[in-house]
Design a protein around this ligand. Structure first.
Ligand SMILES: Nc1ncnc2c1ncn2[C@@H]1O[C@H](COP(=O)(O)OP(=O)(O)OP(=O)(O)O)[C@@H](O)[C@H]1O
Ligand SMILES: [Mg+2]
Length: 115
């Protein structure tokens, strides 16, 4: 069975449409999007230097989950970076996980066949 990975992207609310188009073009065959709250190292501020006593302010973000064959992870990351990069605070973060299996309920297929 080929190896599978989950790529979780957390970013601001504005770029989903462009990202969907780009991911579709490189052969991503499924996507899950959640509205979440989050902050990164700036604790929700627009400052690079954040006081350790600063309270975290959670801002609305989108979490985009994609499962692909592990061999495609680099291509997906490259595409996401291209679409999300502005060079400013809050461009987003990408987390990559190994996953054990995928089962497609309709057909009973598993692993990469299920994708
Ligand atoms: N260490 C972390 N653990 C869990 N979620 C995180 C972590 N860092 C960032 N996130 C999530 O990712 C979102 C986007 O992070 P963000 O782009 O602000 O990262 P950053 O490390 O603060 O980088 P930057 O300095 O470019 O803003 C956050 O709003 C949060 O939901
Ligand atoms: Mg940040």
């Amino acid at each position: 069975m080929s190896e599978l990975s989950k790529i979780e992207i957390i970013t601001g609310m504005s770029k989903l449409s462009k990202l969907k188009t780009a991911l579709s073009k490189i052969g991503v065959r499924g996507i899950t999007v959640m509205q979440v709250l989050g902050c990164g190292v700036e604790k929700g501020t627009q400052e690079y230097e954040v006081d350790e006593n600063e309270i975290m302010e959670l801002l609305p973000k989108q979490q985009i989950n994609i499962v692909v064959e592990t061999s495609k992870v680099d291509k997906v990351i490259e595409t996401v970076k291209q679409e999300l990069y502005t060079g400013h605070i809050g461009d987003g973060k990408i987390f990559v996980y190994g996953i054990d299996n995928v089962v497609r309920v309709r057909t009973g297929e598993e692993g990469n066949d299920a994708l």
